[in-house]
Design a protein around this ligand. Structure first.
Ligand code: DGT
Ligand code: CA
Ligand code: CA
Ligand code: ZN
Length: 583
């Protein structure tokens, strides 16, 4: 019997992969077995005991862990592998998983392509599309070919280097960081590189670990069950590849070099080059180990980023704007923007309950959590009647309004607004009617379908919604899913002009796979007086905590606190939203 160290988090990661591959195997996102594995992954993350110490019977006492999950868990604890998972990995290798993710394909059609044409990767799909071979298959046609080609282009998948979306990258990064933090000798661990700068996608993950025992870190890393391959492993650096094809570079340094190392490995490279020049002007050298005197080698600063910036005559610059796009000049002249930060948000203005078909938790549960988080105001915005999957009629909406009114007293420090998430129809029309809409406290309007309309049509549709007097904010403006679905094509100049003219705000949606509107939209909106709102779009209790992602994304667009309407105190916010409504 192989003895391995097994952590709950590690097994959770394996179950997530098992769920993903089972979805492909069963050809359905709704696969019952896949859901069971996903539930087990979630249960494992919250398990109050060490998984390795629980028997199969014990394991099944926890909700979310069924019989087959329990037996896979035991198999992993005892043997260090799960046969079933290895089989699935072989049946659906990485390049095939990428194929499945091409918008418009999905598991069923990808399997069909592989069987009929031997197409098993995005590359071979591109070749088959060029040969017009795909249109021969039942259920495919010239139009499908055209859509697939366009989707591949717009996701930037035609080229060689495929970047990993931030959602997946963040999951792995947090996992490694917490895994490593448990080890003896480790004093600090953090992700850096483009992920710390909060780019939408990353080429690889960079993790920094301060430790007095690098060997222990190495040893743990290379035995993680979700690592496919170790590229190099030494006392200062280990590089590995996950089963999803993501490269992870882990660097180990002694604690006193932490500041210099995290500064270096956070980048961007361009930002670092500028800092190094500033060091040289002072007769110093900035390396990944320290800031030191060129002559004599005396150390000027190394322990903290703050210390190094300070020595260079600069305030600390947030990682999200370290791109050499003017931040150094701004820092030198004392003109860094008053960037929005986590604690600035006072309200959340896009929140679902289980009244939305895709929402999980009750109104009461969402309110309790929001109030516990210290929010001063909150808009409940369930989907309205036009959204096919989970439309809610007027009577039900009015009943919810009544429930909210009666619950308000329970939350003396949090004002509850009754809102709605309207669906922007193909022609820009909205749910219900004008009078009904005007009675809401807060209206989000979003695109949920017709993502492929030509730019002119798409723009007109969105602008029409922006101009509607009841609409307060456009939700996830571009409708993108990072790495999965390109955004809708919009004439941004026209959209932003309409938003400025009407006072309708643009949402920053905090879901890591959305981060919508994009940084490009935020930057272009800077020139205009467009209001923003940072929302969680929470569909379950935990998601109420994800506004921190929206904040970091906003920082990348150099967004200042005052631009964001839900940083305002309640009275100011209410005065503004009412003015919008009653002109
Ligand atoms: P990416 O492409 O999404 O992985 O972006 P980064 O920024 O994470 O790039 P990566 O992983 O190549 O390097 C991580 C950081 O290490 C980078 O932001 C700055 C630093 N770095 C890497 N190579 C160099 C270099 O040749 N010169 C300098 N100055 N810094 C470097
Ligand atoms: Ca990187
Ligand atoms: Ca790297
Ligand atoms: Zn929503």
């Amino acid at each position: 019997m192989v003895v391995v160290v097994v952590t709950n988090m590690e097994v959770a990661a394996l179950f997530e992969e098992l769920a993903l591959l089972t979805r492909i195997k069963d050809g359905s996102a709704q696969s019952f077995r896949a859901r069971a594995y996903a539930a087990a992954a979630k249960a494992l993350e919250g398990l109050p005991h060490q998984v390795a110490e629980l028997s199969a019977v014990d394991l099944q006492r926890f909700s979310g862990i069924g019989r087959s999950s329990a037996s896979y868990i035991r198999e992993y604890v005892e043997t260090g592998q799960i046969d079933k998972l290895d089989q699935l990995r072989e049946e659906f290798p990485l390049h095939f998983r990428e194929l499945v993710r091409v918008p418009g394909l999905g598991p069923k059609r990808a399997v069909m392509l592989r069987r009929a044409l031997g197409v098993d990767s995005v590359e071979s799909l591109i070749v088959a599309l060029e040969a017009e071979a795909v249109r021969q298959l039942p259920g495919f046609g010239p139009k499908t070919e055209e859509n697939l080609r366009r989707a591949i282009d717009r996701l930037g998948w035609s080229g060689k280097d495929r970047r990993t979306p931030i959602l997946a990258a963040m999951r792995y990064a947090r996992r490694i960081v917490s895994e490593v933090r448990m080890l003896p000798g480790v004093q600090e661990a953090a992700y850096c590189g483009s992920l710390r700068r909060f780019r939408d996608t990353v080429a690889d993950l960079d993790i920094l670990v301060a430790t007095s025992d690098p060997a222990a870190v190495r040893q743990r890393l290379v035995e993680l069950g979700w690592i496919r391959h170790v590229i190099v492993s030494g006392d200062t650096k280990t590089s590995m590849l996950t089963h999803s094809g993501l490269q992870v570079d882990v660097r180990m340094v002694p604690m006193q070099q932490w500041g210099a190392a995290i500064l270096y490995f956070t980048g961007s490279k361009e930002h670092n080059i500028r800092l190094r020049r500033l060091a040289i002007e002072r007769g110093w050298v900035l390396s990944e180990y320290s800031l030191y005197e060129a002559e004599g080698g005396g150390i000027v600063a190394q322990e903290t980023e703050h210390g190094i910036y300070e020595a260079l005559g600069l305030p600390w610059i947030p990682p999200t704007i370290r791109e050499d796009t003017g931040e150094i000049e701004a820092a030198q002249s004392g003109g860094l923007p008053d960037l929005i930060v986590d604690g600035d948000l006072r309200g959340d203005l896009h929140v679902h309950t289980d009244m939305s078909g895709d929402g999980d938790d009750t109104l009461e549960a969402m309110l309790d959590k929001a109030s516990a988080l210290g929010l001063e105001y909150l808009a409940i915005t369930d989907h309205a009647e036009d959204l096919a999957i989970n439309g809610v009629g007027r009577a039900e909406m009015l009943a919810q309004r009544g429930r909210i009114a009666s619950l308000q007293d329970r939350y003396p420090t949090m004002r509850i607004l009754h809102g709605v998430e309207l669906n922007i129809g193909k022609d820009g029309s909205l749910d219900y009617d004008h009078d009904f809409l005007m009675d809401y406290d807060w209206c989000v309007a979003s695109v949920h379908s017709y993502f492929d309309l030509p730019m002119g049509h798409q723009t007109a549709r969105v602008v029409k919604a922006i101009r509607h007097p009841a609409v307060d904010v456009v939700g996830h403006l571009q409708g993108r899913r990072i790495g999965r679905r390109p955004g809708i094509e919009l004439d941004l100049g026209t959209v932003l002009e309409a938003a400025e003219a009407t006072g309708t705000a643009i949402e920053i949606n905090s879901h890591l796979d959305r981060l919508d509107a994009s940084v490009e939209v935020l930057s272009r909106g800077q020139a205009r007086r467009v209001h923003l709102v940072i929302s969680t779009d929470a569909h379950r209790v935990e998601e109420l905590e994800q506004s921190k992602w929206g904040v970091r994304h906003a920082q990348r667009g150099w967004i200042e606190r005052d631009r964001v309407a839900n940083t305002w105190p309640l009275e100011r916010f209410l005065a503004w939203s009412r003015r919008r409504r009653y002109g």
